[in-house]
Design a protein around this ligand. Structure first.
Ligand code: FAD
Ligand code: MG
Length: 339
């Protein structure tokens, strides 16, 4: 968590350069930071009723956590995981929306992103104090069982059914993006505020421009020393989402094991990429794609991202080469630092 907090702080300082206080007299600017969904969420927004808007956006994040967190025993997703084997379970609109997106990206990436590997995620337990390298046989057993093809989603009835009893959904790679989009919706649509910045542990949403009418500057962390930013881009009305190997990991016998798993092997993805950033309009899409591209590696990721309209990617290899899709080339400013 210390690492996450320092990462957030860097971004906040870089992006906003503002204090964490409401302006004294007119409620024009408001900032807030809270830990929700296991990550630090920060926001600063500008406009009338900014305090009410941002507080309500945070309440929305808490509400979604109660639906989609597998860490909460009686969340809707936990209930689904416990009851959906051989049984069509009706789910809420919110959960259904995210599950449909998750299925879409699982298919699109042919399982590089797979929202049904909850069993594997629990087995590795990366990001918890129980993290360990599992026995190879345990991994292989789960690989044979857990797969998005073992889930049926019925769009008409909004029901979900598991075809194998071992399937466990985990939305850790996609629901943070949904939370970000929903927070933005509260701010922009309900409160009609169009200037601000949200950062959900690496999922940044730039809303409009700064209050001095300049663009937001978003930093991409240096994956081998995330106290530094390695590149920046100026941004407005879009989301910038990064997946990396530097926040959630553990070291055993000198080996680093990070939290993005390759559903094909059951081990932490080893595609040659150590940081993937997706820039697009919607954070749920960017979240799924940042995880998927991390698993797919540079060539397949560039091809995939180039094939999707209005989506761009910035990829950092283990040799610290920064590569990107054609549409973002002229927007990225690489920063040289001695790391
Ligand atoms: P991303 O790349 O976006 O996601 C990686 C995560 O997705 C992994 O940690 C794993 O969970 C999963 N994953 C790994 N490989 C794949 C793959 N190939 N395909 C699909 N999924 C994969 N964390 C806590 O520590 N405590 C909490 O209480 C907690 N609650 C949460 C509640 C919700 C609703 C959500 C959405 C997340 C929660 N998290 C919690 C997790 C945390 O917020 C982030 O999801 C996590 O830090 C990873 O985010 P990321 O952006 O770094 O990585
Ligand atoms: Mg993701």
């Amino acid at each position: 968590m210390k690492k996450i907090i320092s990462f957030i702080l860097i971004l906040i300082v870089l992006l906003i350069g503002c204090s964490n206080k409401e302006k004294d007299n007119n409620n024009i600017q408001y900032s807030k930071t809270e830990e929700i969904i296991g990550t630090v969420i920060s926001g600063t927004i500008y406009g009338e009723n900014s305090k009410e808007a941002l507080c309500e956006a945070f309440e929305r994040a808490e509400y979604i956590e109660k639906i989609m967190s597998v860490k909460i025993q009686d969340s809707e997703i936990s209930n689904l995981n416990n009851t959906a084997f051989n049984n069509e379970v009706k789910v809420s609109n919110e959960l259904f929306y995210v599950l449909e997106k998750a299925m879409y990206y699982s298919k699109l990436t042919e399982g590089a992103f797979d929202f049904t590997i909850g069993g594997l995620i629990d087995l590795w337990a990366i990001g918890t104090e129980n993290a360990k390298v599992p026995k190879h046989e345990e991994i292989i057993n789960l690989l044979e069982l857990d797969n998005y093809k073992n889930i049926q989603i019925n769009s008409e009835n909004k029901t979900v059914k598991f075809l194998k009893d071992t399937v466990k959904i985990d939305l850790g790679a996609i629901a943070k993006g949904y939370v970000a989009d929903e927070m933005k919706k509260v701010i922009c649509e309900k409160y009609n505020i169009h200037s601000g910045i949200l950062n959900l542990g690496g999922n940044v949403i730039a809303i409009g421009k700064k209050n001095n009418n300049s663009l937001w500057k978003v930093g991409i962390c240096n994956p081998i020393n995330n106290s530094y930013v390695i590149a920046t881009l100026e941004s407005s009305d879009e989301t910038v989402v990064t997946s990396g190997n530097y926040e959630r990991y553990f070291i055993e016998n000198g080996m680093k094991y990070h939290h993005i798993l390759d559903p094909n092997t059951g081990y932490p993805a080893n595609s040659g990429l150590i940081s993937t950033t997706i820039v697009t309009e919607s954070s749920i899409d960017a979240d799924a794609l940042s995880t998927a591209t991390y698993v797919l590696g540079l060539d397949k990721s560039k091809e995939l991202v180039e094939s999707i309209d209005n989506v761009e990617g910035v990829f950092i290899t283990e040799d610290m080469v920064i590569d990107m899709t054609s549409g973002i080339n002229n927007r990225i400013k690489v920063i040289q630092n001695d790391t």
